[in-house]
Design a protein around this ligand. Structure first.
Ligand code: NDP
Ligand code: GDR
Length: 343
């Protein structure tokens, strides 16, 4: 009897929220995981340090291996892919902040858009027969009214959304032109205690924890009327994996089909700590976007019927999980948090 070969996966963006949860999931399934990390002058592996153990080996190699690679550098991507020979590639790397994409539209286009074709072209040039996942976004729907599903026309409202539309179509084009198993997961907002501090949910839950601890007086915010469909990141990485195990390559929406405003999320978070959010939140126009996405509500019926995927954690439970984590983190740190967020 021969052993089943260990599956190898590449994750770009492994240091981000989703990359860290996906790496945990794939390691738990026995994969050898190769994370691509961009070089920074400070450590950027805080979300994966707990799973990076060079001693955890199989056949003499660590189960999780990290490699320096930037989506700006196509030849580096090709070199690494040729060495690793992965079975699955998950492209999660991006300049992922919508507000920042208005400040850095060209950089966002280069990373969030052209970065995807660099990776696809590297796979093609190396001649790999791997499966490819592209982190597409509900931001592609933009101004098209909800509910949104796989058939909904795109109308992006930011340089980020426009770049994601490019990546969506180049992924479909490589599927159709070259027969690649390349799929788009069109994911609606998903959050967790590992969410970056400048996205609205984490900004709120961190501030609620600090205000309750007497370490912050006010929270400055932009448009509180935006409607979002907020899910839980660990549920969503499970859906990404299922997309690459499907019989046929096709695109899927992952969402919760719930609709809450930013105000609702403020209320869920502050009431967890017996606080009235209206006493603490102030408006600051710096947090407005030149063009806003008013309402995103996803219809995930296709993922449910084909992949058997459903979301498990919804608001308000999501907000409670994040607040509890931020309270625990603040207590563990024992030092005041200094807010330098500009976005
Ligand atoms: P994060 O912002 O938390 O993570 C982004 C990752 O991309 C980080 O690891 C970052 O590295 C890396 N990265 C950024 N620029 C480059 C580059 N030029 N080369 C290589 N790596 C780079 O995003 P999320 O985890 O929240 O999202 C994952 C993906 O899913 C993104 O593509 C995002 O646009 C998309 N998405 C996210 C949704 C959400 O609600 N979270 C919804 C729909 C789509 P570093 O750590 O060094 O910054
Ligand atoms: P979004 O997430 O733009 O939906 O993109 P974000 O949390 O940044 O904003 C959600 C909504 O909240 C409003 N808002 C504020 N947002 C931020 N960041 N800071 C504020 O102070 C603030 N006040 C109000 C925003 O205007 C917006 O309407 C996220 C990212 O993860 C993308 O990468 C991903 O593709 C989409 O979700 C789906």
């Amino acid at each position: 009897m021969t052993d089943t070969p260990v599956k190898k996966a590449v994750i770009t963006g492994i240091t981000g929220q989703d990359g860290s949860y996906l790496a945990e999931l794939l390691l738990s399934k026995g994969y050898e995981v190769h994370g691509f990390v961009r070089r920074a002058s400070t450590f950027n592996t805080g979300r994966i340090d707990h799973i990076y153990d060079p001693e955890a080996t199989h056949d003499g190699s660590p189960r999780l291996q990290l490699h320096f690679a930037d989506l700006a550098d196509g030849s580096r991507l090709a070199t690494l892919l040729a060495e690793i020979q992965p079975d699955e590639v998950y492209n999660l790397a991006a300049q992922s902040h919508v507000r920042v994409s208005f400040d850095e539209p060209e950089y966002t286009g280069d990373t969030t858009g052209i970065g995807t074709v660099r990776l696809l072209e590297a796979i093609r040039q190396v001649g790999l027969h791997c499966r490819f996942y592209q982190a597409s976004s509900s931001e592609m729907f933009g101004a098209t009214p909800p509910p949104q599903n796989e058939e909904t026309p795109f109308y992006p409202r930011s340089p980020y959304g426009v770049a994601k539309v490019y990546s969506y179509w180049i992924t479909r084009n490589y599927r159709e032109a070259y027969g690649m198993f390349a799929v788009n997961g069109i994911l609606f907002n998903h959050e967790s205690p590992r969410r970056g501090g400048t996205f609205v949910t984490r900004k709120i839950t961190r501030a609620a924890a600090r205000i309750a601890a007497g370490q912050q007086d006010f929270l400055y915010m932009g448009n509180l009327d935006a409607v979002r469909d907020w899910g839980y990141a660990p549920d969503y990485v499970e859906g990404m994996w299922r997309m690459l195990q499907a019989d046929e390559p096709t695109d899927f929406v992952l969402a919760t089909n719930t609709a809450y405003t930013v105000k609702d999320f403020l209320q869920f978070s502050f009431e967890r700590l017996d606080l009235d959010w209206e006493k603490y939140v102030k408006f600051d126009e710096r947090y407005l976007r030149p063009t806003e996405v008013d309402a995103l509500i996803g219809d995930y019926a296709k993922a449910e019927s084909v992949l058997g995927w459903t979301p498990k954690v919804l608001p308000p439970r999501l907000a409670q999980i994040m607040v509890d984590s931020d309270v625990a983190e603040l207590e563990a740190s024992g030092k005041p948090y200094i807010d330098t967020a500009e976005v």
